[in-house]
Unconditional design. Structure first.
Length: 345
């Protein structure tokens, strides 16, 4: 079975094709193409929704053509078309949903709307070292930071989530306060490699609370305070502040993840989403999980950001697990706000 996936929830347009064979353990990624809008949004210091939507319109059809050319298949050979239904920017989501619906209708093929975070959650199954159910998942994607217990495809229990800023937002907003480029997260991480993570005593909100929730708004405020205090010395000590900021974020993510493993008794951790590509986070999670006798799994670095492969993969796994029936009535909607725990099983 051939499944085409389309992702357009924010500022990346992604298209991918996976093959799901009967009797095969996992679907296989056959071809993918991705366009990022980072350069376009850099001048504004963040994503401009209207510009994002217009760019998706320009990019999605050429990317579909590129993927089909890579696979040497014709559109008529597709079996299912999947798209990101939510959460995300409403206008951006509508581009992908409308394209998928129109394409499916023209071909007489069924389609599936996929939860963006479920795509991230299942993306490690595309890696060379896929996990096994059940596991704890740390989702750190854009405005989302969540810990989930994942028992099977479609069976998700929320263990904890951010009550204000997400980890990705903490990276980006702190980078902006320091005058770093956009996107801020990678820029801050690169600068942090040159600094001393112990130079500034920054807060770790909710770290010692018994729950598994997160809070990063206070950290952002502390970074602002330190930036203003540095004044003329900011440029000289910026690397130290970046390193200390990254250390605070990573410390919270690691210790909350370890606490989730201990509370659930599970021995497998999956980390997915853009922040999952952070090297410091990966190194510390590996070390802590090793001490627990647990294993940690990640998607390949290029699959940490938004992409079509994770959408096609999630659709294939939902179909294989029997928790999804593709629709052929071609009526669609999008859900800009959509809790993952409410994804139908």
């Amino acid at each position: 079975m051939w499944i085409l996936g389309i992702e357009s929830s924010c500022d990346e347009t992604g298209v991918a094709l996976v093959r799901a064979d009967r009797g095969s353990a996992l679907p296989v990624l056959v071809a993918q193409a991705l366009h990022t809008q980072a350069a376009m949004h850099e001048a504004y210091g963040g994503v401009v929704p209207e510009l994002a939507s217009r760019d998706h319109i320009r990019r999605v059809l050429p990317l579909i053509q590129q993927v089909m050319a890579q696979s040497s298949l014709s559109l008529s050979q597709l079996d299912v078309i999947a798209y990101t239904r939510g959460p995300g920017l409403a206008g951006a989501l509508l581009v992908g949903a409308g394209t998928a619906c129109a394409l499916a209708a023209s071909l007489g093929k069924p389609l599936i709307g996929i939860h963006h975070l479920e795509g991230h959650l299942l993306s490690p199954f595309l890696s060379a070292d896929p996990p096994s159910f059940p596991f704890v998942a740390l989702l750190v994607s854009g405005g989302h930071t969540q810990l989930m217990q994942v028992d099977a495809v479609g069976s998700y229990v929320l263990l904890g989530e951010t009550i204000d800023d997400a980890a990705g937002e903490a990276f980006d907003k702190s980078a902006k306060l320091m005058g770093l480029g956009y996107p801020g997260g990678p820029a801050l991480s690169a600068l942090a490699a040159q600094g001393n993570p112990l130079a500034f005593a920054l807060p770790r909100p909710l770290l010692n609370q018994p729950n598994l929730d997160f809070s990063f708004a206070g950290l952002k405020t502390a970074v602002l305070t330190q930036t203003l205090k540095l004044g003329a010395d900011l440029e000289q000590r910026k690397a130290d502040l970046a390193a200390s900021t990254q250390a605070a974020i990573v410390d919270v993510l690691v210790k909350k993840s370890v606490k989730a493993l201990k509370q659930t008794g599970l021995k497998t951790l999956v980390v997915a989403g853009g922040v999952g590509a952070n090297r410091a986070l990966r190194e510390q999670l590996q070390a802590h999980c090793r001490k627990l006798g647990a294993r940690v799994h990640y998607p390949e670095p290029e699959l940490c950001t938004d992409n079509g492969a994770m959408i096609a993969m999630a659709a294939a796994m939902r179909l294989s697990a029997g928790v999804e029936t593709p629709q052929a009535d071609y009526a669609f909607d999008v859900l800009p706000r959509w809790p993952l725990a409410q994804t139908p099983a």
